[in-house]
Write a protein that binds this ligand. Structure first.
Ligand code: HAM
Length: 415
C-alpha cells in the first residue's frame, strides 16, 4: 500500500464539488471584470522565483520544491502564480495586444510548509493579475472583484484589511529607520531574522514568530505625498464600491515585490490559517524582471480554505436526475441507449449493473438520489418502452415509449 505524501491530498467528493463551485463562481465574476484565463506551467526556472518572490522570503528560502533536473537545470515547482504570469507577460509581449492585460489563473501551488488544517504542501489558488494600470481605480476594482467573488461563492464573515507599503522612494528612507530599530533589538530576534535584517529589514515584520510583536512596536512607514494620495483615493473608491475594509498599518505581506497597496481577506472561522486571500500592487516587478515599466496589481485566493468555509453549508444537489434499470438480460443494450439519449437531452443519468437482479438495481437507484427510475423489464422490452417510477415522492408509475422518454422526463422534472 503506497499512501499519498504528507501535505499532498486527494480532494474527494463532496469537497471536489465545492472546488468546482468556487471555480465556476470565479469564472463568472472574472468575465464581468474583463479578465481572461492564462495557463502557465507549474514548473519554472528556480531563478524566476528567487528574483521575483524574493530570496529573503520564507517561501523561497525554506519552502520551495526546487531541484536540479537530469539536464543540470535548476528548476522549481511554482510556490505562487504571480511570477509565471509576469514572465509570460514579458515573454509574449502581452502589453502590446491593445487589450487590457487582465489575467486569471486556477491551479496548484507548492510550498514545503508544515502541514496542518488549511495549510497544505500542494494547494489550489485562484489568482488575478492586472498589469499596466497605475491608477487607484485598478486597486479598488481588483479588491472589490475579490470581495464579489467570495460573496458569489457563498463565503460569509470575512474582513478586508489594507495597508500601503509606499513606493521604492518611501521605502528607502524607512529602511534605515527600521534597520536601526531592529539592530537595537537584534538580541531578541529569531535566528533567521537576525541573518536577514541587513538584506531585507521589512521581512522581520512578517516573521511567523516575532512579526506581530515587532510590527506593533516598530516605527511606521511615512508615505510620500503621491503614495498617500494613491492610498486615500483607493479607499474612497473602495467605499464607493460598497466594500468594507479596515486599515492595518502592520500588514506587510511575506513576498518581496509589493509596492503601495497591499491587502488580506481574513476569517475567524479557520483558526490560525486565517488568510483566505491576499494580494497587492507590484509596480516595479515587471521592469525588474526585464520587461517594460508596467505597474500592476493582483491577488490570489486559497481555494482549499474557501472550500473549508463552505463545507457543511447546503450545496446544490448534483445527484443524477434519472437512474436506468434493465430487468431483463436482453434489455441491457436498450437501457444503455436510453441513458445515451437522456444525457444527449441534457438529463443526467446513471445505472449500476444491468445483469444484476431488479431488486438490487432498484436498491442502487434509491441510494443514487435520482428523482426517478426508468425500468426496462421484459414487457417494456417487447413494446420498446420503459416504466417511469418516482423515487422521491409519490406518483403514478407510467409506461412511456422509449423514443418519447427524454422529452417526457424533461417535462416531468421541470414540472
Ligand atoms: P500568498 O499570500 O502567499 O500570496 O497566498 C495567497 C493565498 O493562498 C493565501 O491567502 C492562502 O489563502 C492561500 N495559501 C497560501 N499558502 C497556502 C498553503 N500552504 N495551503 C493552503 N492555502 C495556502 C500569493 O501567493 C501572491 N501570489 C498573491 C498575489 C497575486 N499578489 C499579487 N498578485
Amino acid at each position: 500500500m503506497i499512501n499519498s505524501l504528507r501535505g499532498f491530498r486527494d480532494i474527494l467528493p463532496p469537497e471536489s464539488d465545492l472546488f468546482a463551485r468556487i471555480e465556476a463562481a470565479a469564472r463568472e465574476v472574472f468575465g464581468l471584470y474583463g479578465y481572461r484565463e492564462l495557463r502557465v506551467p507549474t514548473l519554472e526556472k528556480k531563478e524566476l522565483f528567487v528574483k521575483s518572490t524574493g530570496d529573503t522570503t520564507d517561501i523561497v528560502e525554506k519552502e520551495m520544491y526546487a531541484f536540479t533536473d537530469g539536464g543540470g537545470r535548476e528548476i522549481a515547482n511554482r510556490p505562487e502564480g504571480t511570477p509565471g504570469v509576469v514572465r509570460a507577460y514579458i515573454e509574449h509581449n502581452l502589453g502590446q495586444t491593445g487589450r487590457n492585460a487582465k489575467f486569471f489563473y486556477i491551479g496548484s501551488m507548492f510550498r514545503a510548509e508544515r502541514p496542518q488544517a488549511g495549510r497544505y504542501r500542494e494547494f489550489t489558488q485562484i489568482g488575478a493579475e492586472y498589469i499596466g494600470n497605475p491608477s487607484p481605480a485598478a486597486d479598488a476594482e481588483s479588491i472589490s472583484m475579490l470581495v464579489r467573488l467570495l460573496e458569489k461563492a457563498g463565503v460569509e464573515g470575512c474582513s478586508v484589511e489594507i495597508n500601503s507599503l509606499g513606493c521604492s522612494e518611501c521605502r528607502r528612507s524607512y529602511r534605515e529607520i527600521l534597520l536601526a530599530f531592529l539592530r537595537q533589538r537584534s538580541e531578541t530576534l529569531c535566528e533567521p531574522c537576525r541573518a536577514r535584517i541587513e538584506r531585507n529589514p521589512l521581512r522581520a515584520l512578517d516573521c511567523k514568530t516575532d512579526g506581530p510583536r515587532l510590527a506593533a512596536e516598530a516605527p511606521k512607514l511615512a508615505l510620500c505625498p503621491a503614495c498617500a494620495e494613491h492610498f486615500s483615493d483607493t479607499q474612497r473608491l473602495l467605499a464607493a464600491a460598497g466594500v468594507g475594509y479596515k486599515v492595518n498599518t502592520s500588514l506587510v505581506r511575506g513576498l518581496d515585490y509589493y509596492t503601495r497597496t497591499v491587502f488580506e481577506v481574513r476569517t475567524t472561522a479557520l483558526g490560525s490559517q486565517d488568510a483566505v486571500a491576499a494580494g497587492g500592487r507590484y509596480d516595479d516587478l515587471v521592469k525588474s524582471m526585464g520587461g517594460p515599466a508596467a505597474p500592476a496589481i493582483g491577488w490570489a485566493m486559497g481555494v482549499d480554505r474557501v472550500a473549508m468555509l463552505l463545507a457543511g453549508k447546503p450545496a446544490p444537489d448534483n445527484s443524477p436526475r434519472t437512474f436506468v434499470v434493465a430487468a431483463a438480460k436482453e434489455a441491457g443494450d436498450k437501457a444503455f441507449e436510453l441513458m445515451t439519449a437522456l444525457r444527449a437531452a441534457g438529463i443526467s443519468s446513471d445505472f449500476s449493473n444491468f445483469t444484476l437482479s431488479l431488486k438490487s438495481q432498484m436498491r442502487s437507484a434509491d441510494k443514487s438520489g435520482a428523482s426517478c427510475a426508468l425500468i426496462i423489464g421484459e414487457e417494456e422490452f417487447k413494446t420498446n418502452a420503459c416504466s417511469v417510477k418516482h423515487l422521491k415522492e409519490q406518483g403514478e408509475q407510467k409506461t412511456v415509449p422509449l423514443p418519447d422518454a427524454p422529452s417526457y422526463i424533461k417535462k416531468l422534472l421541470e414540472g
